[in-house]
Ligand binder design. Structure first.
Ligand code: M6R
Length: 614
């Protein structure tokens, strides 16, 4: 994972690098570092822990760095080697003249390291990246040309990388290259920026060039040269980024997560706008580049995603099968890519990803594209790597999500699946007009129902306070809300580090029920509809084993008060739409438990917002 930035120009570089890294914190936050060129020498500064530690360190070195206008920076999510200062980037060669920052994984680093050690290189870190520093320095020693040294080195490297490199003897040169990791160059007047992602540079320039795999760019203050790994000159493909600088603010909320939970009613309105104009009219999904005939011919759909996006995919499967009668498989991208899958040109493959940069999903999408499938991408980042593989692209328009725990992007993905499933059902004429009209009517008023939940969040806060002392939780649900139970449990795990597992309620008696006693709360997602009575029975079974029972329900049946120890009541909604609102109290529950426990809600330990390594 990790984020990288680089700058060459005439402005003071430290501010540009540190503010760029701040925007890339979603890619990791366990250590960070920068290297600056003074014109005469290169100095490296690194700090373990949050980016604030690097900011504090740089404050102490203002006088020695203020005039530097060339530098590189890195924010790390550790893969090889613990998150220590010595393993933090930038990494240097033995003479300290060549510095490098890297995002990705060098798969053959052990072999390369053994060779380099034989040639006399002394390694200081446990990282794969340090290998590249020594390797480029080795070639530089022979060639005395930084671009050429980088080109030769990348020919020997296997794996994924975005690299930004500078050398003390080249005070007017910055070199960058990539393979299977994102990297773009921002173009200013007499200045260039390098970054893993747009937010790091957008406040300085909108003019940019995305690097393709195996391209190497050489930047001076005056010029940009682009070649490929075989030394062919390439003309640059400059584009204007469709982005505005966004001042990321918590808007008075204590954490980004709480703010993002509260944004969900407006996110839903936003996703619906332009697609659902009038409940009497068909859904307008012009983003789907499949003709009616193509859609009618489809006999199989595969949805590929990870984490929270995988849970949205599960709801998507339910909807598409229910509304369109097309068989749908849902699979974690990391599983899909290492087996023989039955995917061909008759399969529609849907990739779901908030970031559009999740490495496993990108690989899965590439594989299915090679097999001839139509690729439909549902993402919050229409400018992402994944979006570039799309034959059809549905942007979910949730806005920038800062908190590592996905909330509003999940709800936006769900709404996108509802729109897609209704759209396909209308095209295939597999749902009636009355059914789709009623569904649309209800979709439109969902934001108000969520606002009602948010307006009474103190009930969930009370529940969270009471249950924050428990160490294990079970969430049960059936049918369309099974995904909700998994998502609720994932939210709790990732931000409070409490063990929580979502189960299909009917499966409880096939094993998990053995764990139940008074130390294990069971939260039942008990929405009215086809499986209500069944879940109620499963809750009874749990009570009989002394479990402490919580209900999340849209039922006002007073009998529930006798069975459950705590009830979270939410507005009534038809069963098919219930996942959109039943997840909201679970997001709040996870948030408040983590907050009571004093956890780092927006940046939980060991995680990163975007998982860009396999
Ligand atoms: O960007 P993506 O949607 O592809 O990310 C997938 C998962 O890494 C992500 O959903 C992760 O599980 C979140 N931390 C969940 O809150």
């Amino acid at each position: 994972m990790c984020g990288i930035v680089g700058y060459i120009g005439s402005r003071s570089v430290v501010e540009i690098l540190t503010s760029g890294l701040r925007k890339l914190e979603y890619r990791g936050y366990d250590s960070s570092g920068i290297a600056v060129h003074s014109g005469k020498e290169i100095k490296v500064y690194k700090a373990e822990g949050k980016l604030q530690n690097l900011d504090d360190l740089m404050q102490k070195h203002v006088s020695e760095t203020a005039s530097s206008t060339l530098g590189i920076g890195h924010i790390r999510w550790a893969t090889h080697g613990a998150p220590t200062t010595v393993n933090a980037h930038p990494h240097t060669c033995n003479c300290g003249k060549l510095v490098i920052v890297h995002n990705g994984i060098i798969e053959n680093y052990k072999e390369l390291r053994a060779d380099l050690e034989k040639r006399g290189c002394k390694f200081r870190s446990q990282t794969d990246t340090e290998t590249v520093a020594h390797l480029v320095a080795y070639h530089y020693g022979k060639l005395q040309n930084l671009t050429e040294a980088v080109r030769q080195a990348t020919k020997e490297i296997d794996g994924a990388y975005a690299l930004c490199i500078m050398h003390q003897d080249n005070p007017n040169v910055l070199v960058a290259t990539k393979r299977n990791a994102p990297l773009l160059v921002g173009i200013g007047e007499g200045e260039y920026f390098v970054a893993s992602d747009v937010p790091a540079i957008i406040e300085y320039t909108k003019k940019a060039m995305y690097l393709n795999d195996n391209e190497i760019v050489t930047l001076t203050r005056e010029n940009m040269d682009l070649i490929d790994i075989d030394n062919n000159k390439i003309s640059s493909k400059i584009e204007m980024l469709p982005w505005e600088p966004v001042a990321l603010s918590k808007m008075g909320f204590k954490h980004f997560m709480l703010k993002e939970i509260h944004e969900q009613p407006d996110v839903i309105r936003n996703v619906l706008s332009g697609k659902l104009f009038n409940t009497d009219e068909p859904i307008n999904l012009s983003e789907v580049n499949l003709t009616k005939a193509d859609l009618k011919k489809l006999n199989r759909i595969q949805i590929i995603a990870c984490g929270t996006s995988l849970h949205a995919a599960m709801v998507g499967k339910y909807l598409i099968e229910e509304f369109c009668g097309i068989p749908v498989d849902v699979e974690a991208s990391s599983e899909y890519i290492y087996r023989k899958t039955v995917t061909d040109e008759k399969t529609l493959v849907i990739g779901v990803s908030q970031s559009g940069e999740t490495a496993d999903t990108i690989t899965a999408i590439k594989q299915s594209k090679e097999r001839g499938s139509h690729i439909l991408i549902i993402t919050n980042r229409p400018d992402s790597t994944m979006a570039r593989f799309a034959d059809s692209l549905i942007p979910v328009n949730a806005g920038i999500e800062v908190s590592v725990a996905a909330t509003k992007s999940y709800v936006a993905q769900l709404i996108s699946f509802y729109l897609l499933a209704i759209y396909m059902g209308e095209v295939k004429e597999s749902i009636s007009q009355v059914f789709s009209k009623n569904l649309k009517k209800e979709l439109v008023i969902l934001p108000q129902k969520i606002e009602q939940i948010l307006a009474h969040k103190e009930i969930i806060q009370r529940c969270a306070k009471h249950y924050s002392r428990y160490k294990d939780f079970i969430y049960i649900a059936r049918g369309i809300n099974l995904a909700t139970s998994l998502e609720g449990a994932l939210k709790l795990k990732e931000i409070s580090y409490i063990n929580a597992t979502g189960y299909a309620a009917g499966e409880l008696k096939h094993g998990p029920i053995a764990m139940l006693d008074e130390t294990m709360p069971v939260l039942a997602i008990l929405m009215k509809g086809s499986v209500y009575e069944k879940i109620l029975s499963n809750a009874e079974e749990s009570k009989a084993r002394n479990a402490n029972l919580i209900a999340l329900t849209d039922s006002d049946d007073p009998k529930l008060d006798d069975l459950f120890d705590f009830i979270i009541r939410i507005p009534e909604v038809s069963e098919v739409l219930s996942p959109i609102i039943s997840v909201i109290p679970l997001q709040l529950m996870a948030y408040y438990i983590a907050e009571f426990l004093g956890k780092d809600v927006d940046q939980p330990r060991n995680l990163a917002k975007s998982v860009t390594v396999e």
